[in-house]
Design a protein around this ligand. Structure first.
Ligand code: NAD
Length: 331
């Protein structure tokens, strides 16, 4: 089987090379370009492609790669909101994702954002660089005893819940499926989304982006939140209505926001913009707030997670080549 790996980043290359060493019947090549209608031609001559979250796997692009002979797609992500699965199925292209890799990578990054915002680490650093050691603007709060609202208590949400349980926090959860084991381990209480918002001092989003969760966090929900909540999103940008988020920051419903994902991140993230300024007005607005901490979709970026992503991607492709199906196939 011959695979073209689109959107290859230097940080993941050694992990992919290592994972493929064990798969003898696999030939693979790297492309640093992201998949788009223009770059789809690169797929010619391959049986499979591997995609990153920034790739465009919409119906028209899938149709094009199918015409070049692509039969399989291995996603290097948990999230699969960037691929039109219905069109892939219609075209007979089989798709597999990485349903699980270190959930601690994202959960721990969520904690990093929360602690940095609560204890005002970025502002403190800035002041120290100006030789200003006054503490007056740096007062935070103890997390012990505070209420943490977790939207989506799957692998990552549960890992985050366990960490916050260790901090001595009270946990509220909202999910379409209750996690009984997590309830036993952390005393998390499942409640409605509105009650979670009304009672939480910190709200963290960990559900997938689906047609049901697009703009789940919107003006109405921000209105139901406790004033001065810390809001964190490390899941997907489009779960949150960005215009409404900006309004909630401006009207001080939100004391601070930690964002690893952004609704319109695709032309911005994973690229060095030193030579081409960012035009996106909403993003520039978010960047301008001193109480907003943005990371560029890097929550997954640990050695353990990269190793896990590469290993599952290689074995998904191996299964496709040997059996024509994969245990991680998406339907
Ligand atoms: P998971 O499938 O284990 O958990 C998702 C949870 O969300 C499940 O418990 C599910 O029942 C729940 N859910 C689904 N629809 C919901 C709804 N409408 N309302 C409330 N809850 C709902 O997935 P996971 O591994 O925990 O990953 C969660 C998400 O995190 C992924 O879908 C992905 O978008 C995002 N993610 C981000 C990064 C990053 O680097 N920032 C990395 C990996 C994953």
């Amino acid at each position: 089987m011959k695979t073209l790996i689109f959107s290859t980043h230097p940080f993941e290359k050694p992990f992919i090379q290592e994972a493929f060493k064990l798969k003898k019947n696999q030939e693979f090549h790297f492309s640093k370009d992201h998949l788009s209608i223009q770059s789809a031609i690169q797929a010619k001559g391959y049986d499979a492609i591997s995609l990153f979250t920034s790739d465009d796997a919409s119906a028209k692009v899938l149709k094009k790669i199918k015409s070049y002979g692509i039969q399989y797609i291995a996603l290097r992500s948990v999230g699969h909101d960037h691929i039109d699965l219905k069109s892939a199925a219609k075209l007979g292209i089989k798709v597999a994702n990485v349903p699980e890799y270190s959930p601690y990578s994202i959960a721990e990054h969520t904690v990093a954002l929360l602690l940095a915002l609560d204890r005002k680490i970025p502002l403190g650093q800035e002041l120290i660089k100006q030789n200003n050691f006054c503490l007056d603007s740096l007062v935070g709060f103890d997390l012990k005893g505070k209420t943490i609202g977790i939207i989506g208590t799957g692998r990552i949400g549960a890992a985050f819940a366990r960490i916050m349980h260790g901090f001595g926090c009270k946990l509220l959860g909202f999910d379409i499926i209750q996690n009984d084991e997590l309830m036993e381990q952390t005393d998390i209480i499942y409640t409605s989304l509105n009650k979670l918002c009304a009672q939480s001092d910190v709200i963290s989003v960990h559900c997938p982006l689906t047609k049901f969760t697009k703009h789940l966090v919107n003006k109405k929900l921000f209105k139901s939140m406790k004033k001065k909540v810390i809001f964190i999103n490390t899941a997907r940008g489009s779960i949150v209505n960005t215009v409404d988020l900006i309004e909630a920051i401006e009207n001080k419903t939100i004391a601070a926001a930690g964002l690893d994902v952004y609704e319109f991140e695709i032309p911005i993230f994973f690229i060095n913009h030193l030579d081409k300024p960012i035009e996106d007005k909403l993003f520039k607005k978010l960047q301008s707030f001193p109480n907003v901490l943005i990371t560029g979709h890097q929550a997954f970026l640990t050695n353990e997670a990269l190793k896990g992503i590469a290993a599952t991607t290689a074995s998904n492709l191996d299964e496709f080549s040997k059996k024509g199906s994969s245990k991680n196939e998406l339907f």
